[in-house]
Design a protein around this ligand. Structure first.
Ligand SMILES: *Cc1c(COP(=O)(O)O)cnc(C)c1O
Length: 426
């Protein structure tokens, strides 16, 4: 039988760099052939060979209500009949903005954009415009999209300015970005002691989902809030992944922290290109045409994306939604830990709301360095073992996983049974 994934991958590579439109999809860090997805429903995706997988990627967390949820599909269909894009304001935009602000009280005012990258890029520009300062702080291992000043990795010393982590980014730009270790309170204090009056803002993933799942310590987030306030710097919670994923009110509701700005994406579009940034009115008022910070978008607040988002936000507010989601996620991680233990595999896992981390290490990682020290080869073996038996995790050890409302207790048990076999073979 011909493997249609292979055929499509070969064809794709001839016309699209590495055959993919976003790097991790190429399976570069795990090897093998990416699965070309034909369709998806509930907790499942089917590849080009009609092979079914229990899906723990969920379009990187966007699919919180499950794939092709009938109510979301109907909302999209209805909206599409009324026109695909107007480039003018709509009532739907107002409704979703009101809804987001209701669920996340730190957001007094917000703008809709089309990708998380746009949201974080603009939040940084806004922090700079509002404070009149240039420098920003980010943390190693946090991903904030691919705008130039955020594509930065740590320099060689403890308190050096960042180096571009991508070719094509001038170091003139990244010299304004200070990169610190995640959860490193003293590094943060040191950076503010030295550069405090020049720091426009700090951007942070409040639970990291882009170096696997890494929790922020409460000491770390409290220091972040306190020290930025003290120095008049803008605290940006990048909740593109955690927003409406770890809890209805986002990570900030779990931390009890009120950030100055928040960026959102993924879940709020329910699978459509929709993202947002918002926060304190005083800062948001700096946005054009009220203020001097420019931002715009032809497809911003697209009516189809807004319809999908509104319906998704409605579904996640139904009784017991997050209780059930968290319970399923816990069931998965505790089951996997036990399965690994029974088979003598060094493994750990963690879950927050509908987001989880799998670690081939004894302890939960606290930083990028911890993650890099874990058994990455162990992950690769596990990943392919699971994939071959119909369970899809993200194709990299540095990605978090996601459970949706469509993952039933039975499907989680099935996943754990498959994992037992895979762990036994390791
Ligand atoms: C996914 C993600 C982004 C980028 O969003 P895109 O829609 O892919 O541009 C930014 N920040 C975080 C925390 C993310 O997880």
């Amino acid at each position: 039988m011909t493997n249609r994934n292979e055929v499509l991958f070969e064809r794709a590579k001839k016309i699209i760099p590495a055959g993919v439109n976003s790097p991790v999809r190429a399976f570069g860090s795990v090897g093998g052939v990416p699965r070309f997805i034909q369709r998806a429903e509930g907790a499942f995706v089917w590849d080009a060979n009609e092979q079914r997988y229990i899906d723990y990627v969920g379009s990187w967390g966007t699919g919180i209500v499950g794939h092709a949820h009938p109510e979301v599909v109907e909302a999209v269909r209805e909206a599409a009949l009324g026109g695909l894009s107007f480039g003018a304001p709509t009532e739907g935009e107002v409704r979703i903005a009101e809804e987001i602000a209701k669920l996340m009280p730190s957001v007094e005012s917000l703008r809709l954009v089309s990708s998380g990258t746009e949201a974080t890029m603009t939040a940084i520009r806004l922090a700079r415009g509002y404070t009149g300062r240039d420098k920003i702080i980010k943390f190693e291992g946090c991903y904030h999209g691919h705008s130039d000043s955020l594509l930065v990795k740590a320099g060689s010393g403890l308190l050096t300015f960042g180096n571009p982590s991508s070719a094509g980014v001038p170091s003139d730009l990244t010299q304004h970005t200070i990169v610190l270790a995640y959860n490193d309170v003293s590094g943060l204090e040191q950076a503010f002691a030295e550069f405090g009056e020049q720091i426009a803002g700090v951007i942070v993933e409040p639970f990291v989902g882009n170096m696997n799942l890494v929790r922020a310590s409460s000491d770390f987030v409290r220091t972040l809030r306190h020290i930025t306030e003290q120095h008049g710097s803008v605290l940006i919670y990048d909740e593109v992944m955690t927003g409406f994923r770890v809890a209805l009110g986002g990570a900030q509701s779990l931390h009890g922290i009120t950030p100055d700005l928040t960026t959102m994406g993924k879940v709020i579009g329910g699978g459509m290109p929709l993202a947002a940034f918002g926060g304190k009115r005083e800062i948001m008022n700096c946005i054009s045409p009220l203020g001097g910070v420019y931002q715009a978008g032809t497809l911003s607040g697209n009516p189809i994306a807004v319809a999908a988002g509104l319906k998704t936000l409605e579904i996640i507010q139904r009784p017991q939604f997050y209780e059930n989601l968290s319970a399923r996620c816990q069931q998965l991680t505790t089951g996997l830990i036990q399965a690994a233990q029974e088979n003598g595999v060094t493994f750990n896992a963690d879950a927050v709301g509908g987001m989880f981390g799998l670690y081939f290490a004894k302890e939960h990682p606290k930083s990028y360095a911890d993650m890099a020290a874990s058994n990455i080869d162990g992950f690769k073996t596990f990943f392919h073992g699971m994939l071959n038996q119909g369970v899809a995790f993200g194709p990299s050890a540095y990605e978090a996983g996601f459970v949706s409302a469509a993952h039933t207790p039975e499907l989680i048990d099935e996943t754990i049974d498959i994992a037992k076999k895979v762990f036994a073979s390791m």
